[in-house]
Design a protein around this ligand. Sequence first.
Ligand code: GRG
Length: 305
Amino acid sequence: MTRELPVDVGGYLRGELRAIEAALERAVSRIEARTDVPAAEADAIRHGVTTGGKRLRPILCVTAYAACGGQRSAEAYDLASSVEMIHAYSLMHDDLPCMDDAELRRGRPTTHITHGEAITTRAGAILIPLAAIQALSATRALGCDEGRARAVARLLMRAAGAGGMVGGQWVDLLGEGQALGGGELDTLHHMKTGALLAVALEMGAVAAGASQAVRQGLLEYGRAIGLAFQITDDILDATATAEVLGKNPSDVVLEKSTYVALYGLAEARQRAQVEVDRAVRALESAHMDSPELNALARFVVERGR
Ligand code: GRG
């Protein structure tokens, strides 16, 4: 059901990526200039935050902000990059030996390999409050009042917490070696991956002063592309090489329940497409005519890494 849309998604992503990388560089430079962050932790943060990610979450945030009438500006990219700071910390911690024990990410040694476990643990934890503060100050800088700025920062922290990403990771770790059913897998991934993807969109919408109906539409879009993203992640883990992925496929090694193991490759692909269609319908229901968001929904399942 996805229509062919007049968006060169590759060109769009490259342009947005440049602006996000610049915002992340600003954020990391500010952290390096702080006197309360030791140099070793700041360097680990630089390693974990800069270079190599697709930057999908901040791109969704700024795309939603623009689709709701906001202007792209340095402050909008600062807001978007606060979501990526949470994502970056989660990957730094996820790769630790006590979690997924991964040595390769984004084609490079993981942060605990280059900087050690203790420094990486502290560096990741330092990023959490700094991301909240950046979300708050960037929303203020966009001209939002204090109430709205706090609401945006609160949304980010709630999605990152026990009812969202951290809770999902916990369920994921507990589920290693067990065969989860489809409903359980959906719940796990709505929390672990979907919450941060969806909140990126919601933060953009709230900062732009969008209506409740538009927020709801974006939330449904976010939940659907979150599942499509995770199903595609499982497909790539089962089919792509470490060279292409930039990390070692790990689902089989860690005995994780995956959509591919549960449904097989063909049905997993079908289910990802169903979620993309659901995402596009959510935009239509909210009367959101955003070629970029439509194209991003397609990108989520068509990506190669
Ligand atoms: C203490 C239980 C506990 C949790 C701490 C570590 C953690 C919090 C959460 C981890 C959650 C996690 C690893 C989610 C990642 C999901 C995912 C699909 C990551 C890959 O994202 P991409 O493809 O990566 O966007 P790039 O490299 O493009 O940024």
